[in-house]
Design a protein around this ligand. Structure first.
Ligand code: P6P
Length: 335
């Protein structure tokens, strides 16, 4: 039987081979993985634990928080604040940054996360997940401030997610391809189950919330209309549609079998560039997809090139199979 490679062993060997994972980054990734394992156990309790339903609070986005949103956020903060690898953290669930308290050593990394993405699916037992992104703190000044987080996605040094579904699976990149680790609940550790994930350049599957169709911009409507026209239309092939309303689950499917995921700008709230957040949803997912041979744009430019101006800014997202993303982006350019 081939020996199982644990996440720890994988990171140590990657560190030894290509030096992409300095010791402090390896420690950070292992701590995040342990936090995700704890979140997985909380999620899996469901009705058996006091974790379901809404909390009496709203997050910075004005969204009602679920109890598990708060639990997941606290687990990530508590797991990461004492290790000496971080200077600060930022979360969808917190307005401002969380600076590592003075009683702990400060590190050189910044951790950003959506602690529990897709939380509208919690109460109906549909896959949800944790999304995380790692940046290096600028070293040209002492201390840490919110502006230090405002770096383009191309500056990430690590990114990943953990999906809490039929399996609990951690998917990770440090810039040398994408690896997948499945939680072995008997051992309580993440085990390498796939390396070098690749997104097929073509697909017959699109993911979008069709109920928003009347609000889309023309290029998006054109693309979806052509998919719906199927083999009798300009695409000459039939398409399938999936929409889980949990970005982690939709992106995971695309990393496993291809597809195109779209949450485009629409005219319901024209002042907002899109629904999804750039720093801790679009950037980590875009890097993972690119590292697997896919593409990710906001319809006009590469998501990873966007220079952020606000911690919680939103962005339009089109990501997945390269040729489909380029087609949709091309339609925007023609407009
Ligand atoms: P809608 C979940 O709330 C989320 O942020 C993403 O995970 C998901 O892709 C999207 O919103 C779903 O949005 O409008 O279809 O409910």
């Amino acid at each position: 039987m081939t020996q199982k490679v644990s996440l720890t062993r994988y990171l140590v060997e990657q560190q030894r081979v290509d030096g992409l994972i300095p010791a402090q980054l390896r420690l950070l990734l292992e701590v995040v993985a342990r936090a995700c394992k704890r979140i997985s156990f909380a999620v899996n309790k469901g009705e058996l634990g006091d974790v379901m339903g809404a909390a009496e609070t709203q997050n910075v986005q004005g969204e009602v928080q679920k109890k598990l949103d708060i639990i997941a956020n606290e687990v990530l903060i508590e797991a990461n604040e004492w290790g000496g690898h971080l200077a600060a953290m930022a979360s969808e669930e917190m307005e401002g940054i969380y600076v590592v308290p003075n009683r702990y050593p400060q590190g050189e990394y910044l951790l950003l996360f959506d602690p529990l993405d897709g939380s509208s699916n919690i109460d109906v037992n549909v896959s949800i997940g944790t999304i995380f992104s790692v940046l290096k703190k600028p070293d040209d000044h002492p201390g840490v401030q919110e502006a230090d987080f405002l770096q383009a996605g191309a500056k990430q040094v690590a990114a990943g997610y953990c999906i809490y579904g039929p399996q609990t699976t951690l998917v990770l990149t440090v810039g040398d391809g994408v690896a997948m680790f499945t939680l072995d609940r008997e051992q309580g550790s993440f085990v390498l189950t796939q390396e070098n994930l690749r997104v097929p350049e073509d697909t017959k599957e699109f993911a979008i919330n069709m109920s928003n169709m009347r609000h889309w911009d023309a290029p998006v409507k054109r693309y979806i209309d052509e998919c719906l026209a199927g083999k009798d239309g300009p695409r000459g092939k039939d398409f399938n549609m999936r929409w889980i309303a949990s970005m982690v689950a939709d992106v995971h499917r695309i990393l496993m079998r291809g597809g195109v995921f779209m949450y485009p700008w629409d005219k319901r709230e024209p002042e907002k560039p899109g629904k999804l957040r750039l720093m801790y949803e679009a950037n980590p997912m875009s890097w993972l997809v690119e590292q697997a041979g896919g593409a990710a744009t906001n319809g006009k430019e590469r998501i990873l090139d966007i220079e952020p101006t606000k911690l919680h800014q939103r962005v339009s997202v089109i990501l997945g199979s390269k040729n489909e993303v380029e087609r949709v982006t091309g339609y925007h350019a023609e407009k």
